[in-house]
Design a protein. Structure first.
Length: 201
């Protein structure tokens, strides 16, 4: 792709490094920023600078936070006896958007993936075990990891690490999505839907 300016090319190269953004989309965004007022463009760069400098992770659950403890962990309305274990902060946001869960979280920061060089020591696994072993409040751990080979491996590892501790370990149900057709569901999802069936209410 030919660029009219080296500055535009450099900006496009940087923006296109973001996930899901190709060179064409990056160029469209860069050209949009050029048309905006300086104030609006600088507001974006200032927000990104603040993000990099000031963002932190909750000392308890490792979710993205503005403070040492996140709003979920400090809330008196949350059920501290249930901890939902997820891969990333975006999973916390997805579960929170359902408005169905009132417990707290533990963010691992990824999953075990030998191919990508990610082992148990690279994740917040020991901190979870320590959190459970030091607490008299936690009664249940929900494993809510993505249904991938790496997610299942991590869930299996966590279940083994939590054995012997006085907590119930559960996992989220997996099944056919609402509005989905059985015809188009993959065999693993459909099989799990049948084996994890519940009473009809």
């Amino acid at each position: 792709m030919e660029y009219p300016s080296k500055l535009i090319e450099e900006a496009v190269n940087e923006v296109s490094k973001l996930p899901g953004i190709g060179k064409k989309t990056a160029l469209r965004l860069v050209l949009h920023l050029i048309k905006e007022t300086e104030h609006q463009t600088f507001a974006l760069t200032e927000a990104l600078n603040k993000l990099r400098k000031n963002i932190r992770y909750c000392n308890t659950c490792f979710n993205i936070s503005d403070n040492e403890e996140c709003a979920i962990c400090t809330s008196h309305r949350r059920d501290k006896s249930i901890v939902c274990v997820v891969e990333e902060s975006k999973d916390v946001m997805a579960i929170e958007n359902t408005a169905q869960y009132t417990g707290v979280y533990h963010v691992l920061g990824g999953v075990i993936s030998p191919i990508q060089g990610v082992g148990p020591g690279d994740l917040q696994i020991e901190s979870l075990v320590l959190r459970v072993s030091k607490s008299t409040e936690i009664k249940e751990i929900i494993l809510a990891l993505n249904p991938t080979m790496e997610g299942d491996t991590t869930s299996f590892y966590l279940n083994r690490k939590l054995q012997g501790l006085p907590v119930k370990v559960t996992s989220i149900a997996r099944g056919v999505p609402v509005g989905g057709d059985l015809e188009y569901a993959d065999e693993i999802t459909l099989g799990r839907s049948i084996t994890a069936r519940t009473l009809f209410h």
